[in-house]
Ligand binder design. Structure first.
Ligand SMILES: Cc1ncc(COP(=O)(O)O)c(C=O)c1O
Length: 286
């Protein structure tokens, strides 16, 4: 890899870039991040990503944080330096350089890192998912949720899902309410109702989740952010997961089958949001 990445004020070759041992993001997972999509060199919904990041700054009491103009200009600089047309750009902010002594009381400048990666490779549709108990994979859930760099439970659940050929593990909490995937939000359709777990459960307010809720009426779907019980999911007609990287992906699980008809309609609408100027639509269900 010889792409240029941003390391706290400097542009460096990825192969030689490093993070300080005293970065509190490294020492204590004290960091926040956003993964923003570049589509033909254009950032997709940067303001919504920044707003979510800013909520995290407030929640974690970060000081001296980047403002929206800095966020935008660094991301655009990244795109320019790497001619980064289509892919995912990770913008990481850590609390900064602390020491091992009283790191919780550190007040100073936050550190910023930016790196890119290709879009995730999509599996055949529908993707296979599995369901896991949050008591086995304790996710740190702030309410409202923040996108902190602490993904220990999410990564462990992903690793175990990989081992059983599941594309995404979906968590349920101790009340057996569905929450979200390790890396994606989840939706269900029954009749003309579109259901997704409520934000009050501590699920991430995903950029695509938000967009899908807005697009639902165009597919004659009434949307509901609510409680979805694990025992009720087999009675659903369709299900899909969402994220900035995958967009909308129809899913299935052991014992569940679906024609995903409404999901494909939503996918076409989302594609128009991703590629507003292109006539060709990637997902053609005909
Ligand atoms: C835990 C979790 N939920 C949901 C999402 C989807 O969010 P978005 O649509 O903003 O990519 C992500 C993606 O980063 C995530 O990590």
């Amino acid at each position: 890899m010889d792409s240029m990445i941003y390391v706290n004020g400097e542009w460096q070759k990825e192969a030689v870039a490093y993070v300080s041992i005293n970065d509190l993001g490294f020492l204590y997972g004290d960091s926040l991040f956003e993964t923003i999509r570049s589509i033909n060199g254009r950032l997709f919904k940067p303001q919504i990503h920044f707003d979510r990041l800013e909520n995290g700054f407030k929640k974690l009491r970060y000081e001296n944080t980047p403002d929206y103009d800095t966020f935008l200009s660094l991301l655009n600089d990244f795109i320019m330096r790497n001619d980064f047309q289509n892919g995912m750009i990770r913008f990481i902010v850590t609390r900064g350089l602390g020491t091992m002594e009283a790191p919780w009381s550190y007040v100073g400048k936050t550190n910023i890192y930016i790196k890119g990666r290709p879009l995730p490779k999509l599996p055949d549709f529908p993707a296979h998912i599995n369901f896991v108990n949050e008591e086995d994979y304790p996710v740190a859930r702030f309410n409202p949720a923040i996108k902190s760099g602490n993904y220990l439970a999410n990564m462990l659940a992903k690793k175990d899902a990989d081992a059983i050929n599941s594309f995404e593990p979906i968590f349920y909490n101790k009340s057996k309410y569905i929450t979200e995937g390790a890396l994606r939000n989840i939706f269900f359709i029954r009749g003309n109702m579109l259901f997704t777990p409520a934000l009050s459960l501590g699920v991430l307010p995903g950029v695509i989740r938000n967009l899908v809720l807005k697009l639902a009426p165009m597919c004659n779907l009434l949307q509901m952010e609510t409680i979805i019980r694990y025992e009720d999911i087999d009675g659903m007609d369709e299900a899909f997961i969402t994220s900035t990287g995958i967009g909308i992906l129809p899913v299935t699980w052991d014992g569940f089958e679906s024609d995903s008809i409404k999901t494909y309609e939503l996918m076409k609408l989302l594609d128009k949001e991703f590629y507003p100027t292109e006539e060709a639509i990637r997902f053609d269900n005909s």
